[in-house]
Design a protein around this ligand. Structure first.
Ligand SMILES: *Cc1c(COP(=O)(O)O)cnc(C)c1O
Length: 379
């Protein structure tokens, strides 16, 4: 669907720019001195569209490695990216019962414990799987979600994978908890623990990957490999909003726009929306826009700024499930465009500002933009 059609039919569009995605990927790799990018496209590429992001990065930058969170996400990306040279990694803890399916479908997975590997092997043997399951050994250095905590456990996992034809060693990884916060000591400790284990066990450097967006952007001198494993930065937002400035200029990939579908006056003393929490102090023009919390425009964005004809306006009263009412600069025509995230003439609202207003992070706003909002390519 193009922008015009999306706005006509739905009154809403999440616009996404290929050019911005590619430029962010390039700049982030440069900042980190990286040669290989594992592009994190979980949660529908942070709301932007996983297969769109994968296709674009493969075609424009020859990115061959993609990471998602779940088997279902992996299967969808694999369907769109069936090329032999494309690797798809599942980052979350996976059910060992699906080991055979992951192997057959060419999905690599992290393995977080010796026990998981033993159970997964049981399934691979039982199902007589023809292809080996590609394994990235996870090391838990402080995130606390998954992974070997001791060198002894990592060592037994490593031996088990190397000695068994049902598995292929594809990587060894850890994940930082504070790369985008001012908690350098915790970061340093995680890095040191990882380095200690992988060097002790002589796991070759080509297998290591640990740098997320925060590492790539804010700790670029502390990345011990050529590989980065990045999501946020690709989509052009600063994961450390408020704590660190980005060393490179990232460009927002997505913009959220809509249309005013009804325009009417609100007279002094009249109230609107659930709870009647907003009352006009004087006569004013207001407009109804078909976006609500079911589209991902959270209830906590009641009162947030939006842009109309290059002017700052405001969400009046409570956000409802499907609609909001906004202030207007005057009796604008029906179908006038509204910008929720993006630029309108000289005014701009960034995803960081929206997230900040909602007391959350950009990741949560973007992944919350629901399927009801058409994704539209603008280049
Ligand atoms: C989500 C995730 C990433 C990407 O993190 P960003 O901060 O978005 O770059 C990398 N690695 C793992 C294990 C993740 O879960």
């Amino acid at each position: 669907m193009d922008k015009k059609e999306a706005l006509k039919r739905r009154g809403l569009a999440f616009l996404r720019s290929k050019e911005a995605l590619v430029s962010n990927a390039r700049k982030t790799m440069q900042a980190a001195g990286a040669k290989r990018l594992i592009a994190v496209i979980k949660a529908n590429a942070y709301g932007h569209g996983d297969t769109w992001a994968a296709r674009t990065l493969y075609k424009e930058l020859q990115v061959k490695d993609f990471a998602v969170a779940t088997v279902e996400e992996g299967l969808r990306v694999r369907k769109a990216m069936s090329e032999e040279d494309v690797a798809i990694l599942l980052l979350g803890v996976q059910p060992y019962e699906l080991a055979g399916e992951m192997a057959e479908q060419g999905l690599a997975t992290i393995a977080g414990s010796f026990d998981w590997l033993v159970k997964a092997k049981g399934i691979l043997v039982e199902e007589g799987t023809k292809r080996p399951l590609a394994i990235h050994l996870a090391v838990d250095t402080g995130m606390g979600r998954v992974g070997a905590k001791t060198e002894a456990e990592l060592s037994s996992m490593l031996d088990f994978v190397r000695q068994d034809e049902h598995f292929d060693l594809a990587g060894v990884m850890t994940h930082f908890a504070t790369a985008d916060e001012k908690k350098q000591a915790y970061y340093d400790q995680q890095l040191a623990d990882f380095m200690h284990m992988v060097t002790d066990l002589a796991i070759p450097r080509k297998y290591w990957h640990l740098a997320n967006s925060g590492s790539a952007l804010f700790h670029s001198d502390q990345i011990p490999t050529d590989t980065i494993r990045v999501g946020a930065a690709l989509y052009g937002f600063n994961p450390a909003f408020g704590a660190y400035e980005s060393p490179v200029e990232l460009e927002a990939v997505g913009q959220l726009v809509g249309r005013v579908w009804a325009v009417h006056p609100l007279l002094k003393g009249e109230s609107l929306s659930y709870g009647a929490t907003y009352t006009a102090k004087q006569d004013q023009w207001v407009g109804t826009v078909p976006i609500g919390y079911a589209d991902g425009w959270k209830r906590s964005l009641s009162g947030m700024t939006v842009l109309v004809n290059g002017t700052k306006q405001r969400v009046l009263g409570r956000v409802t499930m499907d609609q909001i009412v906004i202030s207007l600069p005057g009796p604008v025509p029906v179908n006038t465009e509204v910008t929720f995230i993006g630029q309108d003439a000289d005014e701009k609202i960034s995803i960081e500002e929206v997230a900040d207003f909602a007391k959350t992070i950009p990741h949560e706003i973007l992944t919350g933009i629901s399927d009801r909002v058409p994704r539209v390519n603008i280049d």
